[in-house]
Design a protein around this ligand. Structure first.
Ligand SMILES: [Zn+2]
Ligand SMILES: [Zn+2]
Length: 282
């Protein structure tokens, strides 16, 4: 087959399983409902790689319900539920402020379930949603912050091109006891600001990208006591598999790259991450 077709075919193939981790960790942010493998297969492949737990993120009411169901059926899965920052403005545009409130009420009901360990992913996304959706995003984010505090659950934040407003809203509302920046995307100064506030920082496969030196500088600055690791699968597959489908079993690739940045052994970093995950979601 011609070279380009061969390269294209390889892009679609799941990367080979990495060497398993000796110290098991969790994938703190994944979207099983967007991945090709079934739940059982994803869990088995992850466990074989030393990834013994995952946090399934539900991004709208229907997917949040699915996350809660699948977490009730599997000990290795914890659920997080929310209206994604890009979802909230869509709901409000389609069914008005009352429609958004009704959807948030459904999220609140699911969030009270014991297998649901976090509100998320919520936050602000000024990259995909334009200024016309900012008010709905912010209102939804504030409600999720309040719910996390009321239920004493973790808060998982999606922050895209919105660092200042995310930090401001957290300050204004008062952040929940356990607040996580998922797919951390700030620089070293942002990592310092998060560390000062006690926010957890979860790094994804993009920390391995050649262009991501500012992100590696942020990781270098972040205290090990506040680090988590995630895939955000099926997105953000780590180097050298960038562009191919991501899944929880690839956590070791990202964790090893993180350990190199921190100047730590892989086991030492994994011990920190395992303990942090327990503190946040356990
Ligand atoms: Zn996100
Ligand atoms: Zn996500």
């Amino acid at each position: 087959m011609p070279k380009s077709a061969k390269a294209k075919a390889e892009q679609a193939v799941a990367p080979p399983p990495p060497e398993p981790l000796a110290v098991p960790v969790a994938d703190s942010h994944t979207h099983l409902d967007m991945q090709d493998a079934g739940v059982e297969e994803a869990l088995a492949k992850a466990a074989a790689a030393g990834v013994t737990r995952l946090v399934q993120i539900g991004c709208d009411v229907e997917r949040a319900r699915w996350a809660a169901t699948v977490a009730a059926e599997h000990d290795a899965i914890w659920a997080a539920v929310a209206l994604h920052p890009n979802e909230a403005p869509r709901i409000e545009a389609a069914s008005g402020p009352a429609g958004l409130d009704a959807a948030l009420d459904e999220i609140a009901e699911l969030a009270a379930l014991p297998q649901v360990r976090a509100l998320g992913e919520t936050g602000l996304d000024y990259f995909r949603t334009g200024p016309e959706g900012a008010a709905a995003q912010q209102r939804s984010f504030r409600r999720h912050i309040a719910l996390a505090k009321e239920l004493d659950k973790a808060l998982i934040i999606h922050d895209r091109d919105a660092h200042e407003d995310v930090l401001r809203l957290l300050r204004e509302e008062g952040a929940p006891r356990r607040t996580v920046f998922h797919c951390f995307s700030g620089d070293a100064a942002m990592a310092d600001a998060c560390a000062a506030a006690g926010y957890f920082m979860s790094f994804a496969g993009n920390v391995t990208f050649a262009s991501a030196q500012p992100l590696r500088d942020a990781l270098a600055a972040a205290p090990p006591e506040l680090l988590l690791v995630e895939t955000d699968a099926p997105f953000l597959t780590p180097v050298p598999f960038r562009g191919r489908p991501n899944a929880p079993y690839l956590i070791p690739v990202t964790l090893r790259a993180m350990a190199a940045v921190k100047g730590m052994s892989e086991d030492e970093l994994a011990l920190h991450i395992a303990a942090n995950t327990e503190r946040v979601f356990g």
